[in-house]
Write a protein that binds this ligand. Sequence first.
Ligand SMILES: Cc1cc2nc3c(=O)[nH]c(=O)nc-3n(C[C@H](O)[C@H](O)[C@H](O)COP(=O)(O)OP(=O)(O)OC[C@H]3O[C@@H](n4cnc5c(N)ncnc54)[C@H](O)[C@@H]3O)c2cc1C
Length: 383
Amino acid sequence: MDFSLSPQEARIEADARAFAREVLAPRIAETDLGAFPFESLREAGRRGLLGVKIPQQYGGLGASMVAHCSVIRELSSVCPSTTVALAVSNMVADMVLAFGSEAQKASYLKPLCSGDLVVGAFALSEAGAGSDAASLRTRAVKANRGGVDGYVLDGSKMWITSGDVAGLVLVMAKTDPSVGARGITAFLVDKGTPGFEVGRHEEKLGLRGSSTVSLSFTDLFVPESQRLGPEGAGFSVAMTALDGGRCGIGAQALGMGRSALEACAKHVERRKAADRAQGTEQLTQFRIADMAVKLEAAWWMVLRAASLKDAGKKMSREAAMAKVMGSEAANDVCRMAMELAGAAGLDRTSPIARAFRDVRVSRIYEGTSEVQRLVIARSLVQP
Ligand SMILES: Cc1cc2nc3c(=O)[nH]c(=O)nc-3n(C[C@H](O)[C@H](O)[C@H](O)COP(=O)(O)OP(=O)(O)OC[C@H]3O[C@@H](n4cnc5c(N)ncnc54)[C@H](O)[C@@H]3O)c2cc1C
C-alpha cells in the first residue's frame, strides 16, 4: 500500500506549511487571546485553502481528501483556531459541491473558496441535540411569501463555529418531525436573512480565536432554491459532511499533538538538572518516543480513511476510527508534554499550554469519542 503524497498533494502540503509560518505564526498571540482571524482567512482564500477539494472551475484547488487532511494538520500545528474555521468552511463547500444544484454551485462555491463570504458555517447541534443530532427541533414549514415557494424556519442552534461571521450557514431543520432523521432537510441560509439572530458567544477553554455562538431563527423565510438536496435528505448531508469532517478532526488534533511534541523535545534538550540535559534521561526519551509513536500511528489511520474517501468508498467506520485515534493520541501527547515540561508548561503563552487547552475539544466536536465508538461498534455488531 502506497501512502506517499502525490506531487500535487506534496506541493499543497508545502504551501500550507508556508502559509502557517508566514501568516498564522505571527498572529498566534492575538488569536489565542480571542481575536477572530479575518485577515488570515482572507489570505487562506487567496491561496486556495478554503476550497482544497473544490474543482478549479469553482475556485478551489481540485485536490484530494488526503491533501485536505495534510493541510489541516499543517495549519493546526500552528493555529488550531484559524484551522477550525477553515475546516468547517471547506466542509460546507464540499456539501454544496456534493448536493447542490448547478445554480447553488455557481452562486456559492467561488465566494466560499475566495473568502468573499469570510467562511461557511455548519448548524446541526442544538441545546437538546448534540450527540443525538437527529432529535433536533428546529422546524422548517412550507410557505409561500410574495408568490415565492419556500420554507419558514423557526428554532435555535448551539455551539456553531463561525456562526456570527459566516456569510453562509448550512442549517439542518425538520420538515417532517414524525419520521425522525428522515424528516431532516438541509438549507443554505445567507447572512443577514431577516429572522436570523446571533446569540451568546461561548467563552471556551481553548480555540479562543475561533468564534462559537448560538443562533436563532424566527420566522426566517428561505426560498425553495435554498434547499440543499431533496426534502428529507438533510441527515444524509450532515452525515456525509461529518464522515469527511471526522478525518479532518483527526488531522487537526494530530497537528496540535505535533506542536506539543516538538516544543517538548526542545524543552528537554535545553533543560538541565544536575548538569544533565533532561532529554538524555532514559525515562524522558521513552516518553518522547511513545508520543511520537502515538502520533505517527494515528496519522496513518487518518490517511487510510482519507484515501478511502478519495477512492469513493464508504468510510464512516474508518473516519470514526481516525477521529478517535487521532484525537485521543493527541490529547495523550499534549498531557505528556505538559508533564515533561514541568512548571514551564504552565506558561499560558507556551505552545505546550496552548496545545493542551486547544486539543481538548477534538474529543468532543463532530461526535464525541463515545459516539465514534458507537459508530464503529454498530458496524461490527448487528442488532
Ligand atoms: C468548540 C465547539 C465547536 C462546535 N462547532 C459546531 C458546529 O460548527 N456545528 C455544530 O452543529 N455543532 C458544533 N459543536 C457541537 C458539537 O458537535 C457537540 O458539542 C457534540 O456533538 C457533543 O454534543 P453535546 O455537547 O451536547 O454533548 P452530549 O450529547 O450532551 O454528551 C455528553 C456526554 O455524554 C456522552 N454520550 C452522549 N450520548 C451517548 C451515548 N448514546 N452513549 C454513550 N455516551 C454518550 C457523550 O459522549 C459526552 O461524553 C461544537 C462544539 C464545540 C465544543
